[in-house]
Design a protein around this ligand. Structure first.
Ligand SMILES: CC(C)(COP(=O)(O)OP(=O)(O)OC[C@H]1O[C@@H](n2cnc3c(N)ncnc32)[C@H](O)[C@@H]1OP(=O)(O)O)[C@@H](O)C(=O)NCCC(=O)NCCS
Length: 464
């Protein structure tokens, strides 16, 4: 059986176009600080009319194969997580097969997984389980999380974003799954869903989704701790993981979530809670579960108590989600990519705990153990390939008016046929895929911006 199965390599793509949350606040007539402090977000990336979940995933997969020098014939399973519906039958995975067919590889299992923001985690578990199983044929698994998060005008709109992330799975990984330590919570809720198939926008009950998220977190943590105690024979507390990574619809919810884990540890009388924290949280010890979700004082006090630990254990995971926004299935893994980016030199030997949540609802808390690994599958090489700082720096800020215009055009184009795009790829980096046309039979066509052309101030530098 394969050992230390997990993540060998990662690459991330997000659109180069974004809007500042501060500018959006002013444009929307929201009070100053509502999006930046209230939601905790800095910027929001979005696809223009030449990008979508398929083009972003084509870009992410091609880039990963190229930068880690992976022979496309060496991929034996390809799984996609997405909640952005382009086609009710044809999977995004089949679009990605264009990359592999060219090399004569059509022997690739796997299709798409969908349940709100959880589909990527389901896809990742499928790949890890495959490599650990008797059906494994010795080749790599590849997971792609790709989503464009867009909302109708209103309070949820600033919690959008877009990205694709590609994750290579195999044995002897620098980022290995501790598969025994997993706790899930799945139930039926109408917190966020997409029943209107003529629209890309979800129906969302924002407040309910926040409570569902926190209830699922509590339940997963309980199951996770029980599994840990069963296999390790001792209590788990937040001191037992170096970092905690959360699915991040907006940063404020991540702050609340970590505070909730601290409160859980307090209720469980875990060793991570010192005397001062115990005193501060004592007035809330008799609240029922339901009361505790609605209690604003508890929310405030637990966030204060958790702040130093949040800064140490969570803040290094927040860069990309704050800069790009909610990326749905890619959001958790973009938070993990932020950790690799900012702390890759210190992660060897450390445990990282992740919490995946998808409305509707499905959630799992799981655990990874990190090692430096060997080139090209090393933590330092993953950080260097992802080039997060470089990609963030190369972006182009657009004004909110332009963002709104693009949203209107995309509403019109959603589910439409018989159109060609502007094919304007001047803002895209070389090697990026873009949508050129949807024909009269709804068939979608993509092109790749030539490698070698560099973008400078929105103009191609090689004379085009
Ligand atoms: C998150 C969401 C519910 C916020 O909606 P809203 O109507 O703007 O909510 P609020 O008015 O409560 O404001 C949000 C926060 O900003 C704070 N705020 C408001 N104005 C502010 C200001 N000027 N300065 C600082 N903070 C401000 C509020 O106090 C609130 O903070 P709190 O959560 O700590 O109480 C909405 O954006 C949404 O539905 N998003 C999508 C749903 C989602 O992603 N769910 C997650 C599950 S996956």
């Amino acid at each position: 059986m394969a050992k230390n199965v997990g993540i060998l390599a990662v690459d991330i793509y997000f659109p180069p176009t974004f809007v500042q949350q501060e500018a959006l606040e002013a444009h929307d007539g929201a009070s100053k600080g509502k999006y930046t402090i209230g939601l905790g977000q800095d910027c929001m990336a979005f696809c223009t009319e030449v990008e979508d979940v398929i083009s972003m995933s084509l870009t992410a997969v091609t880039s990963l194969l190229d930068k880690y020098n992976i022979d496309p014939k060496q991929i034996g399973r390809l799984e996609v997580g997405s909640e952005t519906v382009i086609d009710k039958s044809k999977s995004i995975k089949t679009f990605l097969m264009q990359i592999f067919e060219k090399f004569g590889n059509t022997d690739i299992e796997g299709v798409d997984s969908t349940n709100a923001c959880y589909g990527g985690t389901a896809a990742l578990f499928n790949c890890v389980n495959w490599v650990e199983s008797s059906s494994w044929d010795g080749r790599y698994g590849l997971v792609v999380c790709t989503d464009s998060a867009v909302y109708a005008e209103g309070p949820a709109r600033p919690t959008g974003g877009a990205a694709a992330i590609a994750i290579l799975v195999g044995p002897d990984a620098p980022i290995a799954f501790e598969s025994k330590f997993r706790g899930s919570h799945m139930s039926h809720a109408y917190d966020f869903y997409k029943p209107n198939l003529a629209s890309e926008y979800p129906v969302v009950d924002g407040k309910l989704s926040q409570t569902c998220y926190l209830m699922a977190l509590d339940s997963c943590y309980k199951h996770f701790c029980a599994k840990y105690e069963k296999f390790e024979g001792k209590q788990f507390s937040i001191s037992d993981a170096e970092y905690f990574v959360f699915h991040s619809p907006y940063n404020k919810l991540v702050q609340k979530s970590f505070a909730r884990l601290v409160f859980n540890d307090f209720v469980r009388n875990a060793s991570s809670i010192d005397e001062t924290a115990k005193e501060k949280l004592a007035p809330f010890s008799n609240l029922s579960g339901d009361e505790s979700y609605q209690n604003r004082d508890l929310e405030k006090v637990s966030q204060q108590v958790a702040k130093p630990l949040y800064d140490a254990k969570v803040k290094p995971t927040t860069l990309i989600p704050k800069q790009v926004g909610n990326m749905y299935t890619a959001s958790l893994y973009a938070a993990f990519a932020s950790l690799l980016h900012s702390k890759h030199t210190e992660l060897a030997g450390k445990r990282v705990t992740l919490f995946s949540y998808g409305s509707g609802l499905t959630a799992t808390m799981f655990s990874l153990r990190l090692h430096e690994g060997q080139h090209p599958f090393s933590l330092s090489n993953i950080a260097s390939v992802m080039n997060v700082a470089g990609k963030l720096k190369a972006r182009h800020e657009l004004p909110p008016e332009k963002f709104v215009d693009i949203m209107k055009l995309m509403e019109h184009r959603y589910g439409a046929k018989d159109f060609v795009t502007s094919k304007d790829c001047s803002l895209l980096a070389s090697g990026t895929y873009y949508l050129t046309e949807v024909d009269s039979l709804y068939r979608r066509f993509y092109a790749q911006k030539a490698v070698g052309n560099t973008v400078e101030n929105g103009l191609l530098a090689n004379g085009h």
